[in-house]
Write a protein that binds this ligand. Structure first.
Ligand SMILES: Nc1ncnc2c1ncn2[C@@H]1O[C@H](COP(=O)(O)OP(=O)(O)O)[C@@H](O)[C@H]1O
Ligand SMILES: [Mg+2]
Length: 278
């Protein structure tokens, strides 16, 4: 016997809404009186905390505005500057489930929305609609991060456009179903360009983004390379063996060299990022 029904993935969090508020000053060491809603317990979808993470004040504030006030926040900047991990690390400290979706050119509409699939139920084969990541996240207290937003295919971007508005409902045409966003669903994106394409040649494969869509992002924050001092402290926090007088000098010299290379930023000279510290 064949029947059509909907198969959903498991719940994102045992709590349906944040149950505490936390001080951004205490949690992230930034100069603000902002109080942010948070969850008192974690879940399998909450990213792991990187204890050595250094929060950039402006980027962190933009991300916190996204979580606290339901703003759509895009972080733009060079590669390896901490765009994706900033969002993840803020979510980790708020115990907010957070999933990253890499918008590479293979992600299609049905990956996001869902598709009919044959599943086994009570030993019988049934055709069931298996929800994609977007309907699932939209109905949960989940922050979804569209990584490499400017690499997404235009048909996929129009699916996202519908949910960019705060009350943006998602219509599943083949299901006759309209999905209202969960009040604690959050949407973020990271991109190397700001939707105008890339003229430097550094970000081959990025697309221009429809400006109607860029307009729907409430906050676009730029995160480029951090100061030499901050970058040195990040590298030192990650490499405890270098936490000596001589080690610090070596790291400072590495960061100075990286800065010089970035200053010469031009096609053909590949700017090193914090990722190389690993
Ligand atoms: N502020 C920071 N504090 C600690 N580590 C950082 C910071 N920024 C970047 N990193 C490290 O650099 C690497 C690249 O960061 P990522 O967020 O993936 O960059 P992007 O998304 O901008 O390309 C990660 O391994 C991350 O841990
Ligand atoms: Mg990234």
């Amino acid at each position: 016997m064949t029947s059509t029904q909907t198969v959903s993935t498991q719940g994102a969090h045992s709590l349906n809404a944040p149950d505490i508020t936390v001080s951004a000053r205490a949690l992230f060491g930034i100069d603000t009186d902002l109080e942010v809603p948070a969850f008192s317990t974690g879940s399998a979808y909450v990213p792991d905390i990187d204890p050595s993470y250094k929060f950039d004040p402006d980027t962190t504030l933009a991300i916190l505005a996204g979580f606290a006030f339901n703003r759509r926040v895009m972080i733009q900047g060079y590669h390896g500057t901490g765009k994706s991990t900033h969002i993840e690390q803020v979510a980790a400290r708020l115990n907010w489930p957070c999933i990253r979706v890499n918008l590479d050119s293979h992600i299609s509409r049905i990956d996001l929305i869902g598709k009919d699939a044959i599943v086994l139920q009570d030993g019988k084969q049934v055709t069931a609609f298996r929800e994609g990541i977007l309907p699932w996240a939209l109905q949960s207290p989940v922050a979804i991060v569209f990584d490499e937003y400017d690499a997404g295919r235009p048909d996929v971007m129009f699916v996202i456009q519908r949910v960019l508005e705060v009350e943006g409902k998602l219509t599943l045409l083949d299901q006759n179903k309209v999905i209202r966003p969960h009040p604690f669903f959050r949407l973020f994106a990271t991109a190397n360009t700001i939707g105008l394409g890339d003229t430097t040649g550094l970000y081959h494969g990025t697309q221009q983004i429809n400006q109607g869509q860029m307009d729907r992002w409430s906050i676009v924050a730029t995160l480029n390379y951090l100061s030499a001092e901050t970058e040195t402290s990040i590298v030192l926090a990650k490499l405890p063996d270098y936490q000596t007088e001589a080690g610090k000098k070596t790291v400072e010299a590495m960061v100075a060299l990286a800065d010089l290379t970035r200053a010469a930023l031009s096609p053909g000279i590949f700017p090193p990022s914090c990722r190389r510290a690993r």
